[in-house]
Design a protein around this ligand. Structure first.
Ligand code: ATP
Ligand code: MG
Length: 204
């Protein structure tokens, strides 16, 4: 459309492993906002998971590639994996502007649990000034999105949005636990991700 900005979704996360809760959420956002693309960006060194053991990024990246391969609107980027140090979203968004152009409008997708924590993020005020946030609903998390928006003032009211997405009570934590205990993860992760987890012996 002439004059309208090119909208892109950014879905950052640990994706350890990626699951259908992530995929359904990303597709719902893409559809609702008329985005051409959603960029999945696995975090190499998540700042908020520093005292937690995280699977090597190369495995998490490959699983994200498998999981998104059937959707032409989904792309997985390794830019946080190539950057040393902690993975800060602000650095990622500036890098994306360099790659995709200043005319792009970025929407960072989060689940309802994550939107509650963005006030702790590195240079959040600056980040809110250059990209939008979408708070997707997530079962078990019922933050007061309006108060979160208000807490950031004018910027929060303008750039934080809420979206109801199909409720899937799924988490990577639960999937890792299931694999460890020998329970099925069929249909909770895409088939290729399930096969990769067993082939590589992850989460044992
Ligand atoms: P973990 O249990 O390891 O924290 P997770 O399932 O929360 O894993 P993350 O990689 O931490 O997955 O999440 C990346 C993003 O996806 C976060 O913004 C999170 O809120 C969102 N998300 C994850 N699962 C869901 C879900 N089932 N519905 C909606 N959003 C989700
Ligand atoms: Mg999480």
């Amino acid at each position: 459309m002439a004059g309208s900005k090119h909208r892109m979704g950014i879905f950052g996360g640990t994706f350890d492993p990626i699951h259908i809760g992530h995929l359904v959420t990303a597709e719902a956002v893409r559809d609702e906002y008329g985005m051409d693309e959603v960029l999945f960006i696995p975090a190499a060194h998540p700042p908020h998971k520093q005292n937690q053991q995280v699977t090597p990024a190369s495995h998490r990246f490959k699983m994200a590639v498998y999981a998104t391969s059937s959707n032409p609107h989904f792309q997985v980027l390794s830019l946080e994996l190539e950057r040393p140090g902690l993975s800060y979203t602000i650095d990622t968004v500036y890098e994306l502007f360099r790659r995709f152009g200043e005319g792009t409008e970025f929407y960072f997708i989060t689940g309802a649990d994550t939107i509650q924590e963005i006030h702790t993020w590195h240079r959040i005020e600056e980040l809110l000034g250059i990209c939008h946030f979408i708070a997707a609903t997530r079962p078990g998390c019922t933050p007061d999105i309006d108060s979160i928006r208000e807490s950031f003032g004018r910027l929060g009211m303008a750039n934080i949005h809420r979206l109801s997405t199909p409720a899937l009570e799924i988490s990577s934590t639960d999937i890792r636990e299931r694999v460890k205990r020998g329970y099925s993860i069929k249909y909770i992760v895409p088939e290729q991700v399930e096969a990769y987890i067993y082939k590589e012996g992850l989460y044992k």
